[in-house]
Every structure is written in structure tokens, then in C-alpha cells.
Design a protein around this ligand. Structure first.
Ligand SMILES: [Zn+2]
Ligand SMILES: [Zn+2]
Length: 254
């Protein structure tokens, strides 16, 4: 299985970088997980969206899905035959938001003329050839699902956005690689009690990965200024081993 980082920015973009977007490939199957602002420009340096089996969205925050608007413009401005339309898999209960977004950008049919929109059910794995994506709900400000992605005997855990929670532990359980958000520079940046939390510090990402027995930890979805050594060092201290920082446009074997 191969993971290519198309974007690693949190909602506020790191200079020159796209927001959340990850290309996952195995055995000729190809899925993009999350497609935040800037991701399509990165994707098309490698693939036309016709070469994808699906685009899968973790949750409906703009930094994870807004480039669906841009993706539509890669196609000609007419309705595609149904069998040529790209599969776009949304979180449960989000179809109405897509209609609102389509109207907001000027055309209620903005998406449906070239995408096959559907929702996953929150529990059943999504299967695309060699790739299997198991959705697992995380704790975030809105409903959000990470994915346990398996292929070729390899296990990739993508946390999407999450606070420390049992879903994060289930995602990370014995993963070969956990691709973990680490959005917070400090706990002050998360919601304050009694509001529930929604993100991780790098140290919390390291703790979760260690406790779940993940073999490798890669941080993403974090503010990076310079080489991000602060985040890597913080996470390595709790993980107990070296920690990688997701690098834009780099491909990793799992
Ligand atoms: Zn979010
Ligand atoms: Zn996010």
C-alpha cells in the first residue's frame, strides 16, 4: 500500500501547502481521502480524477471537503453519463449540506452531474479492489470518521480530526502506520470545558499511538513553520520512538 500526502495543513493553511488530502493506492486501486482547499491542484500533478476509484470524506469541515467544488471543474461543464461519474463518499447525514454548498456556488447541480454522491453508514467497510476502509467515529466538534485502511496485509490508520477518545484507540490499534492529526500547539487552542474537545497535541498523538501499539507515527494536519521539530520532538517523547512529519507530495510505503 502506498500513501501520498497531497496536503497536511490545518484549516489555516501553511504557506504554499494544501489542507487535508491523502492519496492511498494498492493493487491498482486508488482512493483520495479528504480533499481540502488546495488538494486538487496537487492531485492533478499525478492523476486525472477519472483514475480514482473514489473520494472519501471524513467530515464536513471545509478544510477536509471544500475542494470538491474545485474538483468538479476538472470535468467539462455538462452532465457525464452515470457510469463515468466519480464516486464521492460522504459521512452519514451530509447530503443536504452538499446541496446547500452547490447552491452556494451558483448551481444546485454543481456536484450531481459528474459525481456519484453517496454516504457511508459509519460502520461498514468501504471496499475498492485491494483497498478496504473501515470507518471509525472520532470525537470532534461535528460528526467525524477516521479510517482504518487495509491492503496487502498493511494497516494504515488515518485519524481525521479527533480529540483523545476510544475511537482513536480503535483506529490506532496495532497499525503499521498511524497518520495522526496534531493540530494543537497547546491545550489552550482546543475548546474549553464544558465544551467537548476536538483535536490533539503532538504529545497526545504520541501517547495514543504508543498505547495502541502502532508501529510508526506520522504527524499531519498541524501548523508547520520551519521543520516542525517542536511537534516531532513532543510526539517522540510520548511515543518512545522516532516520529515522522508528513511531507507534502511525498509517497510512503506501508
Ligand atoms: Zn474538523
Ligand atoms: Zn481539520
Amino acid at each position: 500500500m502506498r500513501l501520498t500526502v497531497l496536503g497536511r495543513s490545518p484549516a489555516s493553511p501553511n504557506p504554499g501547502e494544501a489542507c487535508a488530502g491523502y492519496l492511498v493506492e494498492a493493487g491498482g486501486s486508488r482512493v483520495v481521502v479528504d480533499i481540502g482547499p488546495g488538494v486538487v491542484a496537487q492531485l492533478v500533478t499525478r492523476h486525472h480524477p477519472d483514475e480514482l476509484d473514489a473520494v472519501v470524506i471524513s467530515h464536513m469541515h471545509a478544510d477536509h471537503m471544500l475542494d470538491l467544488v474545485t474538483l468538479r471543474y476538472v470535468y467539462p461543464w455538462r452532465a457525464l453519463p452515470a457510469e463515468r461519474r466519480l464516486r464521492v463518499v460522504l459521512p452519514p447525514g451530509s447530503a443536504d449540506q452538499m446541496l446547500d454548498l452547490a447552491k452556494g456556488v451558483g448551481n444546485a447541480r454543481h456536484f450531481e452531474d459528474c459525481f456519484r454522491l453517496s454516504e457511508h453508514d459509519g460502520t461498514t467497510p468501504l471496499a475498492y479492489g485491494a483497498l478496504s476502509l473501515q470507518p471509525i467515529q472520532t470525537q470532534h466538534y461535528i460528526p467525524c470518521w477516521g479510517f482504518r485502511i487495509e491492503a496487502d496485509g498493511g494497516r494504515l490508520a488515518y485519524t481525521a480530526d479527533t480529540a483523545p477518545c476510544s475511537g482513536l484507540n480503535d483506529l490506532a490499534d496495532s497499525a503499521d502506520l498511524i497518520l495522526s492529526e496534531a493540530t494543537l500547539r497547546s491545550l489552550d487552542e482546543d475548546a474549553a470545558p464544558p465544551e467537548p474537545r476536538g483535536h490533539l497535541t503532538p504529545a497526545e498523538a504520541g501517547t495514543a499511538a504508543r498505547d495502541a501499539g502502532s508501529l510508526r507515527l506520522m504527524l499531519t494536519h498541524l501548523p508547520v513553520n520551519g521543520d516542525g521539530a517542536w511537534a516531532r520532538d513532543q510526539a517522540a517523547a510520548t511515543f518512545g520512538d522516532d516520529v515522522e512529519l508528513a511531507q507534502p507530495q511525498r509517497t510512503y510505503e506501508i
